[in-house]
Design a protein around this ligand. Structure first.
Ligand SMILES: [Zn+2]
Length: 293
């Protein structure tokens, strides 16, 4: 549906251009339009085409094209996977909804507000996700690593540790064993609670847990080890194999590390646009989601 709506808007823009400059042949205009919106990675392997249906100024589009090239290099220099990315990836700027990254299409929300998670979504599109961009291989390593990359190289500083410290202090941690369990992970990463705000908070919490846990694994044991568990179907088993300890042991170490981190200050909380709203909703969520198994 989003694709269809996008196509209609793009046609409208092209028609306007045609009407305004009647002397220029149609295909020349199309070509100029393409140049403006297309960027090829330095190694020539992938073409990204920006679908600017929300009328972002060209200056900003140019800046984002540079960001795409830089992000591509960072992602390529990170971990290596067996996935071969699409040669052509369309990047749609969207007014609302949720950002996501698939095989040949990325949708970005928050471009005008400068909060678009470009690096996060590019990480999905370039490194692969599940068998075919499904959740059949879980979420933790894929979402965790995408958020790790966003935090390192993207626009958004995500303060995973501070959030986890807050959940820890509030007794609202989600056990890692539940987040990596194929029978329970959807409940957290794609929640279907009747309350929309609780849904959003639970989902964001799951992403933050994944991001902080993955960041801890990478900072402590390195990228090479993490590469071996990325997007693995039987994650619990794979973790034991690669790290020589089960996820509960690693979780304990991670939380001991978090315990020593500086949490949000009162000033941080006060300055944040949504900390207190988030926290109010957090306290309403059914405690069963945070129970240890
Ligand atoms: Zn993601």
């Amino acid at each position: 549906m989003a694709r269809w709506r996008g196509a209609i808007l793009l046609c409208t823009l092209l028609l306007t251009a045609c009407t305004a400059e009647t002397v220029q042949p149609k295909d020349q205009i199309q070509e100029a339009k393409n140049d403006e919106n297309i960027v090829v990675t330095k190694d020539g392997k992938i073409t990204f085409e920006i679908k600017n249906e929300i009328g972002v100024p060209q200056e900003k589009v140019e800046a984002i094209k540079d960001e795409i090239v830089t992000a591509y290099d960072h992602i390529k220099d990170s971990i290596h996977t067996s996935y071969t990315p699409s040669e052509h990836i369309n990047v749609w700027f969207m007014e609302d909804g949720l950002s996501w990254g698939g095989a040949s299409k990325i949708e970005l929300v928050g471009v005008n507000e400068d909060i678009y998670p470009l690096v996060h979504e590019m990480t999905h599109s370039l490194l692969g996700y599940g068998n075919n961009f499904q959740s059949d291989h879980g979420y933790v390593t894929q979402e965790g690593f995408a958020s790790y990359m966003e935090d390192q190289y993207g626009k958004n500083k995500l303060y995973f540790e501070k959030y986890i410290k807050h959940y820890l202090d509030s007794d609202k941690l989600i056990p890692i064993s539940k987040l990596i369990d194929p029978n329970q992970d959807d409940v957290y990463f794609r929640p279907e609670l009747s309350n929309q705000k609780e849904n959003q908070v639970l989902m964001e919490m799951s992403y933050t847990h994944a991001a902080s846990f993955v960041t801890y694994l990478i900072d402590t044991y390195g990228l090479e080890k993490f590469e071996q568990i990325y997007n693995e179907k039987e994650l619990a088993k794979k973790i034991e194999e690669v790290y020589g300890g089960n996820s509960s042991e690693l979780e304990k170490d991670w939380l001991a590390f978090i315990q020593n981190q500086q949490g949000f200050t009162h000033e941080d909380k006060f300055k944040s646009e949504n900390f207190y709203d988030m926290n109010t909703i957090l306290l309403q969520i059914d405690p069963k989601y945070f129970e240890k198994e």
